[in-house]
Design a protein. Sequence first.
Length: 151
Amino acid sequence: MSIFHSMNVSASGLTAQRLRMDIVSSNIANAETTRATINENGEYEPYRRKVAVFGEKGRSFSHMLQHAVSKGENAGSGVKVSQIEEDESPFKLVYQPHHPDANEEGYVQLPNVDPLKEMVDLMSATRSYEANVTSINASKSMLMKALEIGK
């Protein structure tokens, strides 16, 4: 294991949380977009909320567990965004009969984006990002102290 292993793990967390913040900001920006995609019938559909799915960077969990048990050391190598999924929850229906995208009854399908939920996700991602920065700074400080011992 390298002396920079903890910094590499924290850096992977920074990258993943940054992408998560980008996805949340995209969701907030498209919270009122009624014409984001065209479905198989040729009709417009509203924007669908996107969510980042995290996974372990590197090998499978079972392989890492076997390695940690046999060697007695931590085999983790960080986190990554394994995929970006669309939230399949139903669209919101709002009565706006004069809207250009209203159906025959006067209802408009709006994206399944809840700005309050997005702000909570954004705050969580920001706090996680800050925690990873703090971890990197602590690792850097310990490495600097270790170098000072050799003086």
